[in-house]
Design a protein around this ligand. Structure first.
Ligand SMILES: Nc1ncnc2c1ncn2[C@@H]1O[C@H](COP(=O)(O)OP(=O)(O)OP(=O)(O)O)[C@@H](O)[C@H]1O
Ligand SMILES: [Mg+2]
Length: 277
């Protein structure tokens, strides 16, 4: 694992095609909260990048800016070299998966997953075929007509992921998607997500508070600090994929986890020291 200068735009191993370029993008909210100092970050096609850092360091703010859900106060964000606002002209698509599944409780799993296609006016037959494919990807094909309340928390999260995949995105943005789940379910979904990432050749930006989840999943971890939010360090997790559960008991895993833990401590201490009178 190499420490990378946070001011470097991309790690040396990054291939040429950038999926996401954050160019001195910063965010101050209307109430004056300085959520993010200027961030420079380049994410290549096919990377699995995790944003890690204490609460309030701007992880969700950054992810929402990449998704075009929030405007930066200054700077620019490009997705496949286009401003986010022009993504509709781009053959590449992005999807956002939130922490809670946010499903319509009165609608079946199938209808919930079909929603983005219905909104886009995709003909019903084609939409239904894509829903079936998407549910199969998350192992829920048998639950198409179930209502969300009949499913466990982990299964509801799978429905939410299926809805994210149904538009066949190239870029998946995930804000603490498994944070509310128990450890075993979470680990199962982590493993499934890696499989999907590989199979579909996705680019993923993932937010978590879990160091272990970050090491298990990521090709790169971006460490952020709070007040004001900023990127402080980056780490390559240079371990081969596919990664299975036994990766988590290797010395290499422990080494990466320790390095991230030390970095997170530094990122959090700075914040406490600044807050001290
Ligand atoms: N709509 C808003 N208006 C004003 N301030 C906001 C708004 N959204 C977030 N903030 C502030 O901006 C900073 C960054 O918030 P953000 O939600 O991006 O952090 P985060 O890293 O995602 O935190 P968490 O780990 O708790 O989810 C925080 O100080 C937060 O209080
Ligand atoms: Mg957040």
């Amino acid at each position: 694992m190499n420490r990378i200068d946070p001011h470097t735009l991309a790690p040396p191993t990054t291939p040429a095609v950038p999926a996401v370029e954050v160019l001195s993008a910063e965010k101050t909210y209307a109430n004056g909260t300085q959520a993010l100092l200027p961030v420079d970050l380049s994410i290549a096609e096919g990377e699995f990048v995790t944003l890690l850092g204490p609460s309030g360091c701007g992880k969700s703010t950054l992810l929402k800016m990449v998704a075009g859900m929030l405007e930066p106060s200054d700077g620019r964000l490009l997705v496949w070299r286009k401003p986010v606002a022009q993504l509709h002209d781009c053959p590449h698509k992005l999807s956002f998966v939130f922490q809670s599944p946010t499903l319509m409780p009165w609608a079946s799993v199938q209808t919930n997953v079909r929603l983005p296609l219905d909104l886009a006016g995709v003909p019903r037959k084609e939409a239904d075929a894509r829903v079936t494919e998407s549910l199969a990807l998350v192992g829920l094909e048998k639950f198409a007509s179930a209502l969300p309340r009949a499913l466990s928390g982990g299964m509801q999260m799978r429905v939410s992921i299926a809805r994210g995949l149904v538009t066949q995105p190239d870029l998946l943005l995930m804000d603490e998607p498994f944070g509310a789940l128990d450890e075993i379910t979470r680990h199962k979904l982590d493993a499934d997500l890696l499989e999907l990432w590989r199979k579909k050749k996705l680019t993923v930006i993932f937010v978590t508070h879990s160091i272990h989840e970050a090491v298990f999943l990521s090709s790169r971890v971006v460490m952020m600090a709070a007040r004001p939010g900023r990127v402080v360090e980056q780490f390559q997790i240079d371990e081969p994929y596919p990664r299975q559960a036994d990766f988590m008991v290797t010395p290499a895993f422990a080494r990466h986890a320790k390095q991230l833990q030390d970095s997170l401590l530094r990122a959090s201490t700075t914040e406490e020291e600044e807050a001290a009178p």
